[in-house]
Design a protein around this ligand. Structure first.
Ligand SMILES: [Zn+2]
Length: 271
């Protein structure tokens, strides 16, 4: 038996955390099933920020799944190295992340979950749409929207944004952030303290991995799927079968990275 199944000491903690935050166990992403013009899929959300965190990203299909496999392109990140995903011809795309509160409600293992915080990944067409909405309104923070997706070819975050209203906001003196005042949106931690939903720490969520790790993930020598198995099994309730994009459509249409709603796990609840 080889000795490579454990590490003693703290050297790999950072690496594991990066894998957790950029791989299958990262923050769940906003996603909508395809829908049609007559029967669009619909969800409501509240924007928590409106200045997208933009970068190039890869979404390789690993273990038969696109979902959960988002990796920051490392072009220009590690001096003198080429991004391992680019080197393996995995297409990259430009994406801007904002944070939303997903107001939909669902049941998982007998518990009702709602108001989950999600990363909203906007590709170029959606970024342009958000830019227009922001220009018109001044700010998107605290605005509530009914978002619809009316076609399989439409961006999988949704293509129709209907303004519903504005939530009351209060400024946090320490962080300077505008927070939702309404306590129905706040979440309770294990100690029973309630917190307002705040935007994600994108730098942490999307920290670039060393190219060696990216290459290992692509070659399958990192079996990260074992971690996300349970997520995937549970999320099949959400009906996203048959809506996986191919690289080609992905690259040209600006639609879909194939992410599905993730089931809550210990780290995600109540987000
Ligand atoms: Zn790359």
């Amino acid at each position: 038996m080889s000795d490579n199944w454990f590490n003693q000491g703290y050297d790999n903690v950072d690496k594991a955390e990066r894998e957790r935050s950029t791989g299958g166990k990262g923050a769940s992403r906003w996603w909508m099933p395809a829908g049609t013009e007559d029967r669009p899929s619909e969800k409501e959300c509240i924007f928590l920020d409106d200045e997208p965190f933009c970068f190039y990203e890869h979404n390789p299909k690993i273990g038969g799944e696109f979902k959960g496999h988002w990796y920051t392109c490392t072009q220009g990140v590690w001096p003198g190295e080429r991004c391992a995903m680019c080197a393996n011809d995995v297409p990259r795309y430009y994406v801007g992340l904002v944070s939303v509160l997903d107001l939909s409600e669902w049941e998982y293992q007998g518990r009702i979950y709602k108001n989950m915080r999600r990363i909203f990944p906007a590709k170029i067409d959606t970024l342009k749409l958000l830019r227009t909405k922001k220009k018109r309104r001044g700010s998107l923070v605290g605005t509530r929207w009914l978002i619809s997706r009316t076609a399989a070819k439409a961006p999988n975050v949704g293509n129709d944004f209907e303004f519903i209203g504005e939530e009351k906001l209060e400024r946090d003196e320490q962080s300077g952030l505008l927070l939702l005042s309404d306590r129905q949106y706040w979440w309770e931690d294990r100690e029973g303290v309630v917190h307002p939903p705040t935007p994600f720490d994108y730098k942490k969520q999307c920290a670039p991995l060393p190219n060696k790790e990216l290459a290992a993930i692509l070659s399958g020598s990192v079996v990260e799927d074992s971690n996300s198995q349970s997520n995937r099994g549970a999320s099949s309730n959400n009906g996203n079968a048959g809506d996986k994009p191919s690289y080609n459509s992905n690259a040209s249409s600006g639609s879909g990275s194939g992410s599905g709603p993730m089931s809550p796990d210990e780290e995600e609840v109540p987000y």
